[in-house]
Design a binder for this molecule. Structure first.
Ligand SMILES: *Cc1c(COP(=O)(O)O)cnc(C)c1O
Length: 411
């Protein structure tokens, strides 16, 4: 039975929880930077599943790794060793320059893992009195959807009526070095970690000032506080370097990866740290049935190798320059566009209207009708993050679609 887009949307509406508000398009197939809806219409994918599909949809090498490994062995649990995990662990730790990795599945789980490691390190290595460990987080953060993580969000939708909240978090203003310094100086004996997104993706591609992250790192080092980088969205070549913190040449104490770690083929996340930090976790103290399964390991290894072999970081850097300079031209032409910001191929256009207005949504609807998919965030910001495998000519084609949409847009 072949159902139409309308019928499939109705099914999701009737039988699925309404925890998302999707654009009305039903995708059925993907290849590289493109996706097709059920009626066969082609779209540029400028969301890339929130930067999970950096390597492009259904990358043949990643799909091959998935097929081959899935025929062999998919899940053993960590009650036993498996023939993929050790090889993957060696590869991923050497690639990112850490001594250890702890494999998980989703991004939120990896953030939870990092929080647990930081707290345990705080008690056992830093000597924080029992029950007093605190982690500093930033205003506007997005780290996932678990009860603990939403406890330190300041987005009302994410938090409201999900209390009581997990305690032990202190919030500072993002991109404000003094705010972090005074928070850490005030509680220097009880703060174990500083959790930060190098660029805040969900907040609307909020790029901090140059030097912010390295100054934060210095402050953390001065007070024996772990610098924890959530690179779930910014990592794996998205911003023009393998990691966004590479722009400031710092090595976090704990690195959190997810999303593009599997190129969109499977949920794979990871927490990386050196022995001094990671070794606080002993058998029985943390884990996951699926974490580190052989299928995930085979897929993640190939997904990372694709990023290296296809120079995707360099591509993101070059194509990002083109994207922002072309959008800059349009900003001077169209009054409803306010500004463009971003790094590499993680960019956003700010719309000249309030967060409550429907201008950004209506623009995304028009882009969709013209064959390009992007989604507003926080009402008046549109994120543009195509797969990094997009060719320069396809990117220019997509920019033409944007120009055409803006030219015909009626507010
Ligand atoms: C997406 C995201 C997460 C959560 O990842 P999930 O796989 O959705 O749980 C955490 N942190 C950042 C920065 C993200 O972009």
């Amino acid at each position: 039975m072949i159902l139409s887009s309308k019928e499939l949307i109705e099914l999701e509406d009737q039988f699925g929880a309404h925890n998302y508000h999707p654009l009305p398009v039903v995708l059925d197939r993907g290849e590289g930077a493109f996706v097709w809806d059920i009626e066969g219409k082609r779209y540029f994918d400028f969301l890339s599943a929130y930067s999970a599909v950096n390597q492009g949809h259904s990358h043949p090498r990643i799909i091959n790794a998935l097929i081959n490994q899935s025929k062999r062995l998919t899940l053993t649990s960590r009650a036993f060793y498996n023939s993929e995990l050790g090889k993957y662990e060696k590869f991923v730790t050497e690639l990112f320059g850490f001594e250890k990795v702890l494999p998980m599945n989703t991004g939120a789980e990896a953030v939870e893992t990092a929080i647990k490691i930081a707290r345990k390190w705080g008690y056992e290595k830093k000597g924080i009195p029992s029950g007093e460990a605190k982690i500093v987080v930033c205003s506007g953060n997005f780290h996932g959807r678990t009860t603990t993580i939403i406890s330190f969000s300041n987005d009302d939708d994410a938090r409201k009526n999900f209390h009581p909240y997990t305690s032990g978090f202190v919030s500072v203003e993002y991109n404000n070095i003094d705010s972090l310094r005074s928070a850490i100086e005030k509680d220097k004996n009880t703060i174990c970690g500083f959790l930060v997104e190098p660029i805040q993706g969900e907040a609307g591609v909020n790029v901090p000032d140059e030097g912010y992250l390295s100054s934060c790192y210095e402050i953390c080092k001065a007070h024996n506080v772990l610098f924890i980088a959530d690179e779930i969205q910014t990592g794996i070549a998205r911003t023009g370097k393998m990691l966004a913190i590479d722009h400031e040449n710092i090595k976090p104490d704990i690195l959190i990866l997810g999303k593009a770690l599997s190129g969109g083929a499977y949920p794979v996340s990871a927490v990386l740290a050196d022995d001094e930090v990671m070794n606080v976790i002993k058998p029985g103290q943390h884990g996951s049935t699926y974490g580190g399964n052989p299928l995930a390991c085979a897929i993640a290894t190939e997904a990372l190798q694709v990023v290296i072999d296809e120079n995707l970081a360099q591509k993101a850097e070059q194509l990002g320059e083109i994207f922002r300079s072309e959008i800059e031209k349009m900003i001077s032409e169209f009054s409803f566009l306010k500004s463009v910001r971003g790094k590499g191929l993680l960019n956003a256009i700010l719309i000249n209207d309030t967060p409550e207005s429907s201008t950004a949504w209506n623009l995304c609807m028009d882009m969709m009708n013209n064959g390009l998919l992007a989604k507003p965030t926080h009402g008046n910001i549109i994120r543009f993050a195509p797969p990094l495998v997009i060719s320069e000519s396809d990117l220019c084609e997509a920019i033409k679609v944007l120009r055409r949409t803006f030219m015909n847009f009626k507010k």
